[in-house]
Design a protein around this ligand. Structure first.
Ligand code: AP5
Length: 194
């Protein structure tokens, strides 16, 4: 069974971009690594239930439905085969219409059984700007203040997760123009752990 690492970051921090770069760096260095996007797995499960929704709209669905799909996604990810490290690209919290909701509540955390949590962060100004210029996604919070609040929420939730799972937290900064360095740093952290 693969060992799981949770990689989380607020929307627009560049988590998916950095993980794409990580995949490329790992391939070049022959480091076996599998990356799975939690939102994609949830989106497929929604589809299976006859709900074809845009990934940015899932968080507006009924919270109980989201919760069921979230747990199912975690169980599905936990059953993924392989022996290499499994990087789960997800969120510490999701902004639902009911309020801030944990991305990895206890049942999800238990199913994933992570060995480490890595937070991708950037300066609030950079996050706000990335959210504004990224026209491919629907992002509601675009101010620097909102980005700063989200970054704080991410750390609060990560702390709770680390206490419950008894695992360390690492922070990797995704600075403008330094994608490669950030991906290499991420790979080093993962390799040190495995
Ligand atoms: P997800 O797919 O994770 O969506 P997201 O949070 O919007 O993440 P993105 O991938 O769009 O943003 P990102 O931060 O990775 O930024 P990006 O790399 O695109 O999740 C989708 C949905 O799934 C969630 O909303 C939720 O409903 C659900 N979900 C997921 N996990 C869940 C869970 N555990 N429980 C319940 N629901 C869950 O980059 C943004 C922009 O910045 C791009 O234009 C990029 O080019 C630019 N950029 C990035 N890095 C740099 C850099 N270093 N320099 C310059 N530009 C950069």
């Amino acid at each position: 069974m693969p060992e799981t690492i949770i990689v989380a970051g607020v929307p627009g921090v560049g988590k998916t971009t950095i993980l794409q770069e990580l995949e490329a760096v790992a391939r070049e260095k022959n480091v076996p690594l599998k990356i799975v996007n939690f939102g994609n797995v949830m989106n497929e499960l929604f589809k299976k239930q006859g709900k074809e929704i845009h990934r940015d709209h899932m968080r507006r669905e009924d919270i109980q439905l989201q919760s069921r799909v979230q747990e199912e996604a975690a169980r599905k990810i936990a059953k993924m085969p392989g022996n290499s490290a499994l990087v789960v690209d997800t969120h510490m919290f999701v902004k639902t219409t009911d309020g801030m909701w944990p991305g990895t509540p206890i049942k999800v955390l238990q199913a994933l059984d992570p060995k480490m949590i890595i937070l991708i962060e950037a300066d609030p100004e950079e996050v706000a700007r990335r959210r504004t210029v990224d026209t491919t996604r629907e992002r509601e919070s675009k101010s620097v203040e909102e980005a700063r609040d989200d970054l704080h929420w991410s750390r609060y939730m990560a702390s709770a997760n680390a206490v419950l799972a008894g695992v360390p937290i690492q922070i990797v900064h995704n600075r403008d123009g330094q994608l490669r360095q950030s991906a290499e740093e991420l790979l080093k952290i993962i390799q040190k752990r495995y």
